[in-house]
Design a protein. Structure first.
Length: 172
């Protein structure tokens, strides 16, 4: 591509990064407010339930053929051949604000959106940049009856569907 042809792509990447930065800041603002108002345990419970709802909405849109998230092509992250996702803008902002504990809860959107499209499958994080890891990696696994029931009923135990996220920013 010529330099002139690359300009629109660079501009698109900048716009994607700006939009995702705003999403990350909005998530942190709501999260901080919930924790300040209701305490850490209840606040995190409300955040997780909200992200579960959000993930369901994303999954429902995916089932209708609508897009999920900008690709690496547009600067949302960098995907390497080994399946590792680097430079997640969300994780970068959570780290910048020293809020990995609350920011990492956003990542529950991933298992929620996949379970919303097919409750027999979950996508989990083996590694999670928003929890302090260097990069993200994922695995798709079958769900069990308890996970499906917790998901369907929005029970707080649903957070255990993704063990890496449930551990949060604790040392591995």
């Amino acid at each position: 591509m010529s330099e002139e042809e690359l300009v629109p792509l660079r501009e698109a990447k900048e716009q994607v990064e700006t939009a995702i930065t705003r999403i990350a800041l909005l998530h942190l603002a709501f999260s901080k407010t919930l924790v300040e108002e209701f305490g850490s345990d209840m606040g995190k419970e409300l955040i997780t339930r909200s992200v579960l709802r959000y993930g369901r909405w994303v999954g429902e849109r995916m089932k209708r053929g609508l897009p999920d998230y900008p690709t690496a092509k547009y600067g949302a992250y960098v995907e390497r051949e080994n399946g590792r996702i680097y430079d997640c803008i969300l994780a970068k902002i959570f780290r910048e604000y020293n809020e990995l504990d609350l920011g990492g809860l956003y990542c529950y959107v991933d298992p929620a959106k996949i379970m919303s499209t097919d409750p027999t499958i979950k996508m989990i994080h083996n590694d999670c940049a928003a929890c302090g890891d260097e990069y993200c990696t994922f695995a798709e696994l079958p769900t069990n009856e308890k996970e499906r029931s917790d998901f369907a009923n929005a029970r707080s135990d649903w957070k255990n569907v993704d063990p890496r996220l449930a551990r949060g920013t604790m040392t591995r």
